[in-house]
Design a protein around this ligand. Structure first.
Ligand SMILES: O=P(O)(O)OC[C@H]1O[C@H](O[C@H]2O[C@H](CO)[C@@H](O)[C@H](O)[C@H]2O)[C@H](O)[C@@H](O)[C@@H]1O
Length: 258
């Protein structure tokens, strides 16, 4: 993994030029918004919101989140080409998932989990969504022990979920539902982009990094030695610098100057 804002990141920056069609994929929590203890309080900083608005005006931007679409819409007030919830299961016409079946499975998992005494702890929060169930444990004192306890519970769920581990959260994905890797690859084909850039920070985003085409520019927020991303940013605050750079490269700054 190379630091994006270094001479090693320069070839990637150079590819982000105004005469190419650049598709920008962005994750929300941990990327556009800093991680906070209380999920409803997550929001973009003013510089990030400002740069994102400018970027959306010049190039197709896809914001892909594990959040529900309605939740995401309240946090993203700019007009992005694609606003996608539940990792891709909401907001993208090309994804044809059986919503009714997913909802039934998620409701069933929620019921099963709520019946298990181990998941009723105050420090575990079950967030049922339409296309998946998220189980949060940020408030737990012992993260490792809680992770292990929850993983054992998930092994008892019927039907068996696909489990994706985020930041102090497990996403339980029903059979047949898509994840961010499927979503990004679909978008790259659909938009016929010359250059694809994807920025994210957790395990769902690692699925995109790992399945990316060799020429995609993949950027992880926060260094992790096992990451499949080519580049990293040191911290979430650097996302605004990346967006600013994109806006400069894509020519918006020039066209806005008096
Ligand atoms: O795909 P993302 O946009 O990264 O969404 C993934 C999950 O993000 C949210 O949870 C995470 O952020 C919270 C606020 O910072 C934090 O408290 C939590 O511990 C993180 O896991 C969101 O609440 C989930 O619904 C998303 O699935």
């Amino acid at each position: 993994m190379k630091y994006f804002f270094s001479h090693e990141g320069y070839p990637a920056m150079k590819r982000l030029a105004a005469d190419d069609k650049v598709l920008v994929g962005l994750d929300f929590d941990g990327t556009l918004a800093p991680i906070v203890q209380d999920p409803p309080r997550a929001q973009m900083s003013v510089p990030i919101a400002h740069e994102l608005e400018r970027l959306c005006a010049v190039t197709p931007v896809a914001i892909i989140s594990g959040r529900e679409l309605g939740d995401l819409e309240q946090r993203i007030t700019v007009r992005a080409a694609y606003l996608i919830g539940n990792h891709g299961n909401e907001g993208l016409a090309a994804v044809t998932v059986d919503g009714g079946a997913c909802r039934k499975i998620c409701a069933e998992w929620t019921k099963q989990l709520r019946r298990m005494p181990e998941s009723r702890a105050d420090d575990v929060f079950i967030e049922p969504k339409r296309y998946m169930v998220s189980v949060h444990y940020r408030l737990a004192n012992d993260h490792l022990a809680t992770q292990q306890k929850l993983s054992r519970l998930f092994g008892r769920l019927k039907p068996a979920p696909r489990v994706v581990h985020g930041k102090c959260v497990f996403d339980l994905i029903p059979p047949g539902a898509v994840c961010k890797d499927d979503t990004m690859s679909l978008l790259a084909t659909q938009t016929q982009a010359d250059v694809v850039l994807y920025v994210g920070d957790d395990e769902c985003d690692e699925l995109v990094f790992a399945s990316a085409q060799p020429d995609w520019i993949t950027v992880r927020v926060g260094y992790w030695s096992h990451s499949a991303a080519k580049y990293y940013l040191r911290c979430q605050r650097e996302v605004s610098d990346l967006l600013l750079l994109l806006n400069l490269r894509l020519g918006l700054a020039a066209s806005n100057s008096p």
